[in-house]
Design a protein around this ligand. Structure first.
Ligand code: PRP
Length: 228
């Protein structure tokens, strides 16, 4: 096995805005529209989140580093590659859980490090309630998974935690982001790469993304009853 490394890159067909990639694929547009629809129930909503997460993860992993690996086929030997880096998936609880299986299907050996964050309903500030990161031994690349980036507070808190852990490269994967939230995140973490299916222009007075899709966590886990 050779030690040479390669970064596989293919032409970027998306809208690339600095550190932000907004995917512009017909499949994304189709599934995202179903996701936004208030008539879409939890079962289909979960499937759509998984489907969109596959496409986001595919785009976000274009620059993973590989090393050469030779294998024996039934006929001869073939030169190939294998992923070289330690990759961490970091779902933000709860809604990020809906994206984990998709990313794990693509990167089965990835480590999964959960972060528990909720947004205080009054202040819209993130509150951390779970983190079990070790003190050292950070992964090489972390993919933060969260369907929503509204004010950017939760993403910023997750990024701060991963920076403190010592992760050199962090990518943020969100289905929908607000323009303000992206700007907030990039103002504090200019190096982060952000991959989104859509950027919505507004946050309402409750800091919900408009038009958005409502509360992703509640729609994934069918927990509207608790709002009554
Ligand atoms: C939602 C969403 C993000 C966060 C986005 O989670 O999944 O984590 O809010 O908002 P922000 O960018 O303004 O921080 P929520 O707090 O509703 O928790 P949940 O996933 O448990 O429903």
């Amino acid at each position: 096995m050779s030690t040479s490394e390669k970064v596989h890159a293919r032409p970027n067909t998306q809208t690339d805005q600095g550190g932000v990639v907004e995917l512009a694929h017909p499949l994304i547009q189709h599934h995202l529209t179903r996701l936004r629809d208030e008539r879409t129930g939890p079962h289909e909503f979960r499937n759509l989140i998984r489907r969109l997460a596959v496409l986001l993860a595919y785009e976000a992993t274009q620059d993973l580093v590989v090393r050469d690996r030779q294998v024996k086929t039934p006929l001869t030997t073939a030169d190939g590659h294998e992923l070289k880096q330690r990759i961490g998936l970091v779902p933000i609880l709860r809604a990020g859980l809906g994206m984990v299986d998709s990313a794990l299907d693509l990167i089965p050996h990835a480590e999964v490090w959960h972060l528990g964050l909720y947004r205080d309903e009054t202040t819209a500030q993130p509150v951390e309630y779970y983190s079990n990161l070790p003190e050292s031994g950070a992964v090489d690349v972390a993919l933060i998974l969260d369907p929503m980036l509204a004010t950017g507070g939760s993403a910023g808190a997750a990024l701060a935690t991963l920076c403190q852990w010592g992760v050199p490269q962090v990518k943020l994967l969100s289905v929908i982001a607000s323009r303000d939230g992206i700007e907030e995140v990039l103002a504090h973490f200019p190096e982060v790469q952000i991959f989104v299916c859509a950027i919505d222009s507004e946050l309402n007075s409750q800091k919900f993304i408009v038009p958005g899709l409502g509360d992703a966590g509640d729609r994934i886990f069918n927990t509207f009853a608790s709002d009554d």
